[in-house]
Ligand binder design. Structure first.
Ligand code: NAP
Length: 304
């Protein structure tokens, strides 16, 4: 390889390209699915892929949110955003999603398992054992709430990933120099020792991180070239963290609310998530890993 060719391979458009790497002149772009793509982090992931040329299918339970995202963010970009309503906690709904996407696409290159929910909060600052028991056992939380969080944040990662394996494998086979990839959106809540006042959510995110490792390992053991990683975000504006979004499906956390809370001194931005997503999907040497994007939250004393 000449030094000129070597230098070319260091260009941003080569390193992070979402085009067919064998025949970029054909302008054949990758195909992606983002669950929960209608708001928050899922919308950030969707924009980062679609703006850079990918065809991105987005799912969620609320049709209006998905339709709004597709009509607002599809304009004047090389990629496409295509909404499909689905509830990823149901195997039947996941199968319908596979069938719908298979009817339109012969392959899938990127699956971002982002959909998730939070869990009810508890006050863990009780020093009296009876009061702590009262708060954690008697008053707060039901087995059903734990099951719902686990079903949405953990179980679905397993079923959505495994349901799409054949289509993901086709993505790997068809694109030279590209292995299809699954990116689970976990959380720093799955890495910290504190319950952050929500035991079930944190337990579910720790499970999501371990499930990522197991899936990556088992897929490699089956000789399939599909990479599985997870992104563990700190706090980003979303419907979950602000309990709402505006007419553009975007949420806001005022910077002042974050003074002194993380070394970055602010919540995460669209761009912070977008660059993490582009890195994770395009780096062909990354497999089974957790990418933490948290403004330095985990550097705070006593978190790990
Ligand atoms: N924002 C943060 O600070 C932060 C930090 C760490 C990790 N995370 C993780 O990031 C992911 C995205 O959350 P977010 O913060 O961006 O919150 P969000 O705005 O509430 O997004 C979650 C999305 O998931 C969808 N969803 C929920 N249950 C679903 C289901 N059963 N089937 C299909 N779609 C479903 C929701 O749409 P519908 O309700 O319309 O279905 C929603 O669009 C979650 O896994 C969350 O745990 C967020």
């Amino acid at each position: 390889m000449s030094t000129h060719q070597s230098n070319q391979s260091f260009k941003l458009e080569h390193l992070f390209s979402l085009k067919n790497r064998a025949l970029p002149s054909l302008t054949q772009w990758v195909v992606a699915l983002v669950t929960g793509g209608g708001s928050g982090i899922g919308l950030m992931a969707t924009q980062s892929l679609a703006v850079n040329g990918a065809t991105v299918y987005i799912t969620g339970r609320t049709k209006e949110k998905l339709d709004r995202v597709a009509s607002l963010y599809s304009k004047d970009i090389p990629g496409k955003i295509i909404p499909i309503t689905a509830d990823i906690t149901s195997k039947e709904s996941i199968q319908k999603l596979v069938d719908e996407i298979s009817a339109k696409e012969s392959k899938l290159h990127i699956l971002i398992n982002n959909a998730g929910i939070s869990s009810p909060t508890q006050n863990t600052d009780q020093e009296d054992p009876k009061a702590l028991q009262e708060e954690l056992f008697k008053n707060q939380g039901t087995v059903q709430e734990w099951e719902e969080v686990m079903r949405t944040n953990v179980t679905q990662l397993f079923f959505t990933t495994t349901a799409f394996l054949p289509l993901l494998n086709k993505g790997t086979e068809d694109e030279y120099g590209w292995s299809s990839t699954v990116v689970n959106i976990s959380s720093i809540s799955g890495l910290v020792k504190t319950a952050q006042h929500h035991f079930a959510y944190n337990a579910s995110k720790a499970a999501a991180i371990h499930l990522t490792k197991m899936l990556a390992h088992e897929i490699v053991s089956s000789q399939l070239k599909i990479r599985v990683n997870n992104i563990a975000p700190g706090v980003f504006p979303s419907e979950m963290t602000t309990e709402g979004s505006d007419e553009k499906q975007k949420s806001t956390i005022p910077k002042e609310k974050f003074e002194g809370k993380v070394p970055a001194g602010r919540p995460g931005k669209n761009e912070d998530m977008a660059s993490a997503v582009l890195f994770t999907v395009s780096n062909q040497y990354l497999n089974g890993q957790t990418i933490v994007v948290d403004g330095g939250y985990l550097l705070k004393a006593g978190t790990l």
